[in-house]
Design a protein around this ligand. Sequence first.
Ligand code: XLS
Ligand code: CA
Ligand code: CA
Length: 440
Amino acid sequence: MYFDFVEKVVFEGANSTNPLAFKYYDADRIVLGKPMKEHLPFAMAWWHNLCAEGSDMFGRGTADKSFGETPATMAHAKAKVDAGFEFMTKLGIEYFCFHDVDLVPESEDINETNARLDEITDYILEKMKETGIKCLWGTANMFSNPRFMNGAGSTNSAEVYCFAAAQIKKALDLTVKLGGRGYVFWGGREGYESLLNTDVKFEEENIARLMKMAVNYGRSIGFDGDFFIEPKPKEPMKHQYDFDAATSIGFLRKYGLDKDFKMNIEANHATLAGHSFQHELRVSAANGMLGSIDANQGDLLLGWDTDEFPFNVYETTMCMYEVLKAGGMKNGGFNFDAKNRRPSNTAEDMVYGFILGMDTFALGLLKAAAIIEDGRVDAFIADRYASFGEGIGAKIVSGEATLEELAAHAAELGKCSTPGSGRQEMLQSVVNSILFGETK
Ligand code: XLS
Ligand code: CA
Ligand code: CA
């Protein structure tokens, strides 16, 4: 027992002052016809919760994640599994996500690492059977090991490329073994520092080749979930190829990978790309590619990936509005790719972080459902484009109209009428009143 200060985190309602209780996340509460927990398949990220100790560029870790064992041993790897499953059970989190090297200490020899991965995933499988907890997605860490300093799929070295392939193959094997619904490619070092030493065209083609091989192999071993690209514009590289959703979707279409891949949108990466979280979700959904979500938030005053637990209800409301309008995410979920702030360094803080994140998304879900039920925003949008539902507009949409015909129509009218107000401020005010209602 690592979290013996709490038996189970339960829903106590918004007026509860118990820091170890949910204020809004009420797993079985029905929202728009289904329980909250089905709208919000939450996942724990192995790396932040069980591995990261709070080190930064200026100082070492502040949190003790040894869980009673000596770090970098298999005993420690197992203690992390025990701690992780206790944590997820107590919070009611039904999924986890992992990188290969989050699970075991990496050996110099990949064969030894793989043997360790086999052993730990046997142990994880036992725990999954005991608890009913499932794997949301797996991935290979192709950015920490020094061999990936010039990239993995985008490396200049064919040998490094083979090691990347070997890690992907193994991580896919493990994802299938654990019944994972997704497999993520986050191109941490797939980019460049300088164009003076980089063949961009070649690197992009090589990344596509690697992804194609991954799809072929994954399908051959029975992986029927989704492959995900997780866009991020920079950090650690100056420029990363999967800059944002629009760029990544274009890349997937160019290389014929769009049937197998969807987007895994991380809130903090969206803002790093100069977009809102909602923008990235909307672009993905508009292209039928909203796959999964890395639930966190950044700090707009800081120019890097702070991976904070989400607390901004406006953002989660707009996120859930997009997810509900898209009809949910088939194989995706809400992975808390989030970490406690460095001074929040106790086991209690780990629990508080997830309570904050889960409550913020639950509140976002309730508010998004209220916006949809209210109907004013959706009705406004539908009405805004009404001129394309009849007459010349309908002809344009059906694809039958010609440029000459439209020009003749304009000529006949002579003067153009106003396209109508966008009513932005009115709609923002509607959203505020739904969000905050009456105040005391
Ligand atoms: C880093 C990414 C990473 C991916 C998985 O910024 O968020 O954690 O989610 O490799
Ligand atoms: Ca992420
Ligand atoms: Ca991140």
